[in-house]
Design a protein around this ligand. Structure first.
Ligand SMILES: [Zn+2]
Length: 145
């Protein structure tokens, strides 16, 4: 599995557990080169879904989440690696129990992470988050900052 940080494809599995009543396996992996820890999930059909405020569902898109957080942290002392860790932790939290999550739930988790890290990033994200309809909307707004 390619490391999301350094792109090497050598890693070791440090933890492996059955999830969702045995329908999936969650693996914690550590990159042999840079020691970044990341999580992979194995399912018959790996389709995480997000329910938007409108009630529409869409496939979870990690890139969108990274883009949203990156925009909130622009010119702040938060590096890409920290953002990757945040995204990874949030994915772990929201998809540990279910294949589906609400955008609201994801937004709140992002806010709680940013609050611990940096007030400015938190405020930026919060101000956009209040008015967003989906991840795409707030990414658009953030890019205008
Ligand atoms: Zn690595």
């Amino acid at each position: 599995m390619r490391c999301p940080t350094c792109n090497q494809d050598q890693d070791k599995v440090i933890d492996s557990r059955s999830i969702k009543n045995g329908s999936g396996i969650r693996r914690r992996r550590e990159c042999m080169k840079c020691h970044f820890r990341f999580t992979t999930y194995e399912y018959l059909q790996p389709q995480f879904q997000v329910v938007k405020r409108s009630g529409d569902k869409e496939l979870f898109n990690e890139d969108k989440m990274v883009a949203g957080i990156t925009a909130a942290c622009k010119n702040r002392p938060i590096n890409d690696l920290t953002i990757k860790v945040i995204v990874q932790e949030i994915e772990d939290q929201i998809f540990a129990e279910s294949f589906i999550a609400q955008t609201k739930q994801i937004g709140e988790l992002i806010l709680s992470k940013l609050k611990e890290l940096d007030n400015v990033s938190y405020m930026r994200f919060a101000s956009v988050y209040k008015g967003f309809n989906d991840l795409e909307d707030f990414n658009k707004e953030l890019s205008n900052l």
